[in-house]
Write a protein that binds this ligand. Structure first.
Ligand SMILES: *Cc1c(COP(=O)(O)O)cnc(C)c1O
Length: 428
């Protein structure tokens, strides 16, 4: 099919995510991807500056992952996971637990980030229910994002994404993101929630709020204090590491920076290296224990058709092999250092409101006369500008960020930085 035909048929048959339909631009048709590049049908090359929506770790169409996936596809592509098991899920659980604190002991599989959060919320709520305790409220941060299903939308910030559903979303105890200035009030608020509101769990994105908070970052020590309070009062803590897992923030998990460890952790996105959908929710033994009973009503009644899909687990194991190799770590350190010096360079630019950086993520908040936020028109201008330069960047409103695959070359990173400087000088 020639190019105009693909695009006509796309418009005819396909509904794309997060896309304003009335003025939707013709989407770019990607026919091949390799390393940190996309190639479209006309042979144009784009550097993937956002890891395909934060999922890709080792580069596209990675031959090692492809080989492992192929072997699994021709061995056991998929099998049921209730009453049955398979080697890839067991191996992956064991290896994942080796990277987590000893308090974690059980891995529950699902198939994306939102479902990993749904599982965590249900696991925590039923933990209390199974013990006949009415701890039914969830504490969550302002500007949080935890996914697009109803439970995960409920714990996320109410905004343009959720307004159509607001009457149906459950109430959440909303805590401001802690800063050095407000920490005393936040702690007081948290204590009040715990004492008077039946709080059963606290869910948070550790150290950095992604889609809802436009890469807003906050201090490890402050989060440590909040988790400490929860632990003292037996409120279950849930770390949503869907974006931050697998070295995104410089450590294997963002919660590795913490002294006080959460009770449940949600993982997805990078878990398979970005090639297959998979989600997991890992919990501490005491949570699992609340489900062991003679009483069948205490069963955790949750599962998905593709729970622990063996092919996805094979991809996750292959990605784990690469993550545990020296080269990946070297690349991650290199990206972190590069970001750091770029931050120093541009933080005083007149058009820059602030620059934030954590591990392989750098976010630049651009001054704009419009109100900030996701619908800020600057976002489209930024996307279009960088696509013309052969770079995929997809800002969150007026916040431009780079979140590259770990295999990105130094010269490609430098090229992205240079284009950002030119953009800030000439286009804002
Ligand atoms: C992306 C994301 C989710 C949702 O994951 P999906 O796979 O898109 O459903 C949940 N939490 C965080 C922190 C995320 O970044």
């Amino acid at each position: 099919m020639d190019s105009s035909n693909w695009q006509k048929k796309d418009l005819q048959y396909v509904w794309h995510p997060f896309t304003h339909l009335k003025y939707a631009e013709t989407p770019i048709n990607i026919v091949r991807s390799e390393g940190s590049y996309y190639f479209d049908e006309n042979g144009n090359k784009y550097i993937d500056g956002i890891s395909s929506w934060w999922v890709n770790l080792h580069g596209h169409s990675h031959p090692y992952i492809a080989q492992k996936v192929y072997e699994q596809l021709t061995t056991n592509a998929h099998s049921i996971f209730s009453g049955f098991t398979h080697p890839r899920a067991i191996e992956f659980s064991e290896r994942l637990l080796n990277h987590l604190p000893k308090s974690f002991s059980k891995v529950f599989f699902s198939d994306n980030g939102s479902t990993s959060v749904e599982v965590a919320l249900k696991m925590a709520l039923q933990f209390w229910h199974n013990q006949n305790k009415t701890k039914t409220k969830i504490i969550a941060f302002e500007n949080a994002y935890h996914g697009d299903t109803f439970g995960s939308m409920s714990v996320g910030e109410r905004n343009v994404f959720t307004s159509a559903f607001s009457p149906l979303l459950f109430d959440v105890l909303r805590l401001p993101v802690p800063t050095k200035e407000n920490i005393d009030e936040v702690k007081q608020q948290l204590n009040q929630f715990i004492q008077s509101e039946n709080a059963g769990a606290f869910i948070f994105e550790p150290l950095i709020l992604g889609a809802g908070g436009s890469m807003q970052m906050y201090d490890v020590a402050l989060l440590d204090e909040l988790i400490f309070i929860c632990k003292q009062h037996k409120v279950i803590t849930i770390a949503d590491e869907v974006m931050t897992g697998f070295y995104r923030t410089g450590k294997f998990f963002a919660t590795d920076y913490l002294e006080n460890k959460p009770d449940i952790i949600c993982l997805s996105k990078g878990i398979t290296g970005g090639v297959m959908p998979l989600g997991v929710t890992v919990c501490a033994q005491f949570i699992y224990d609340a489900y062991i009973s003679e009483d069948k009503h205490k069963t955790f009644f949750h599962g998905h058709s593709y729970t622990a899909n063996p092919t996805a687990c094979a991809a996750a194991l292959a990605s784990m092999d690469l993550l545990e190799g020296e080269e990946t770590l070297k690349n991650i350190q290199q990206i972190s250092l590069s970001h750091l010096s770029f931050k120093e360079k541009i933080k005083s630019y007149p058009k820059v409101l602030s620059v934030r950086n954590l591990g392989t993520i750098i976010a630049i908040e651009i001054k704009t006369t419009e109100e900030g936020g996701y619908l800020n028109n600057l976002a489209e201008k930024i996307s279009t500008y960088f696509i013309q330069k052969g770079i995929l960047l997809r800002p969150l409103g007026n916040v431009l960020y780079i979140l590259p695959p770990y295999c990105v070359s130094q010269s490609d990173l430098t090229y992205i930085y240079t284009c950002i400087e030119t953009f800030l000088d000439k286009e804002v």
